[in-house]
Design a protein around this ligand. Structure first.
Ligand SMILES: NC(=O)c1ccc[n+]([C@@H]2O[C@H](COP(=O)([O-])OP(=O)(O)OC[C@H]3O[C@@H](n4cnc5c(N)ncnc54)[C@H](O)[C@@H]3O)[C@@H](O)[C@H]2O)c1
Length: 398
């Protein structure tokens, strides 16, 4: 079996996949649809980061594919319903780079509040500009966190340790950590925050979450940060509010159209503005996070290939069964409808195949069952299970 890893995935993943018996091929950049489709021929495991778009058409044209590893947090670059309908397992690393994003966000909040990048630039240009004008402490300032998930909640805890007041707004019910206060609406958060930092997920409805209206509602002289997803804000509107002086500064790490590889020109209406920190989508890019992501997703993919384990899969029912010696494992993805287990077990019983262990999980429209059987069975057993109407995909692991 072959694994294709795109976008400079950490070497930790390579060793794990090779140990699972895969031949690993690596490519440094993301691939466009046509090249990706061609490259997926014969590939059982695909590893990507945030730049490779996996459309329904690409997935449908990859019959050898069994699993996709998103070596990042977000999975909105993958057509998950299409992957599920094909019985493909998708894994990601939801927590590995949380801390890295939090630390960059904090560093930028302090840098913007002290206007550090401007001081740095004037020093490098040979000018000694010692002045306190426009420089503040973060202590006592109110940080408004939009999206109180893994990153937002950790940012809340660490910011409070610096003496910031924290308010947050989340569309889901979230427990407030420490002294953080939940706002009932985004309007309320914008009214009271000196710094607004976005940490929402990439669901389509978050497109243009922040535009002219929201920037206008922010307090005069406040700071804005976006380290979540580029399409969440209207960059022209942000520029207008920075140029007018309504906002005192901004830090942006993610953009609607990001260059596909290093060295390509970066175009943005935010370039050249004072007290604006622009970073090339590096919020989660630390060596610590990359190693952790490589190990985490690499392990999930290796366990899926070797044992059919879908523990922490993004899309398939989560099933994990202790491997047993001297047996073969049937990994069966099927439509979650009544009678499937009875049908599987009657095929096995009709062929005198004893079940050594069996575990079923369901999730939405899909069911996934691991069945361990003795090694003496005919091909007909597999053919009949594969031919069952509810079968989406069947793998035999030995
Ligand atoms: N810059 C980077 O390099 C980098 C690295 C890692 C993650 N990210 C991005 O950071 C974001 C947050 O990651 P996470 O792990 O904390 O995700 P998460 O899913 O744990 O949290 C997202 C939170 O946002 C909330 N939310 C969604 N839409 C909302 C809305 N319109 N208003 C208010 N709340 C809303 C959700 O309920 C959830 O609590 C994601 O978009 C992720 O892709 C960026």
């Amino acid at each position: 079996m072959k694994a294709l890893l795109l976008e400079k995935i950490h070497p930790a993943a390579v060793g794990l996949l090779e140990d699972a018996g895969l031949e690993v091929v690596q490519r440094p950049s993301a691939l466009e649809e046509e090249d990706l489709t061609a490259a997926l021929s014969g590939v059982a495991v695909l590893g990507i980061r945030s730049k490779t778009r996996l459309s329904a058409a690409v997935l449908a044209a990859a019959p050898d594919l069994l699993a996709v590893g998103a070596f990042c947090i977000g999975t909105d670059q993958i057509d998950l319903p299409a992957a599920s309908a094909l019985g493909l397992a998708v894994f990601n690393a939801p927590y590995s780079n949380t801390r890295s994003v939090v630390e960059l966000t904090l560093a930028e909040i302090i840098a913007l509040t002290r206007r550090l990048t401007e001081k740095d630039r004037t020093m490098h240009a040979g000018t000694w500009d010692k002045s306190a004008a426009g420089a503040h402490e973060v202590r006592g300032r109110t940080l408004g966190i939009v999206g109180y998930g893994n990153i937002g909640a950790q940012l809340s805890v660490v910011s409070e340790a610096l003496g910031m007041r924290v308010v947050f707004y989340d569309t889901a019910d979230k427990l407030a950590l420490g002294n953080a206060r939940r706002c009932v609406s985004l309007d309320e958060l914008l009214e009271v925050s000196d710094v607004v930092s976005l940490h929402v997920d990439g669901r389509p409805s978050n497109s243009s979450l922040f535009g002219e209206k929201e920037f206008s509602q922010m307090r005069p002289g406040s700071l804005f940060l976006n380290l979540c997803r580029g399409f969440v804000i209207d960059h022209d509107a942000l520029r207008r509010h920075l140029v007018s002086g309504h906002l005192a500064g901004a830090a942006v790490d993610v953009f609607p159209d990001e260059p596909r590889s290093a060295g390509e020109e970066f175009a943005s209406v935010l370039r050249g503005l004072p007290n604006v920190i622009l970073t090339p989508h590096i919020g989660g890019s630390t060596e610590e996070a990359q190693a952790d992501i490589g190990t985490f997703v690499g392990t999930k993919l290796a366990d899926f290939i070797s044992h059919g384990s879908t523990s922490l899969s993004v899309n398939l029912p989560q099933v994990s069964l202790q491997p047993a010696d001297g047996s073969h494992r049937l990994a069966h993805v099927h439509s979650n409808i009544p009678g499937v287990m009875a049908e599987i077990n009657s095929v096995l019983a009709a062929h005198d195949v004893n079940v050594e262990a069996q575990l079923l999980g369901t999730r939405g429209e899909l069911g996934y069952v691991l069945t361990d059987i003795g090694v003496d069975y005919s091909d007909e057993v597999v053919q009949q299970l594969r031919a069952m109407t509810p079968t989406v995909r069947l793998r035999v692991l030995s």
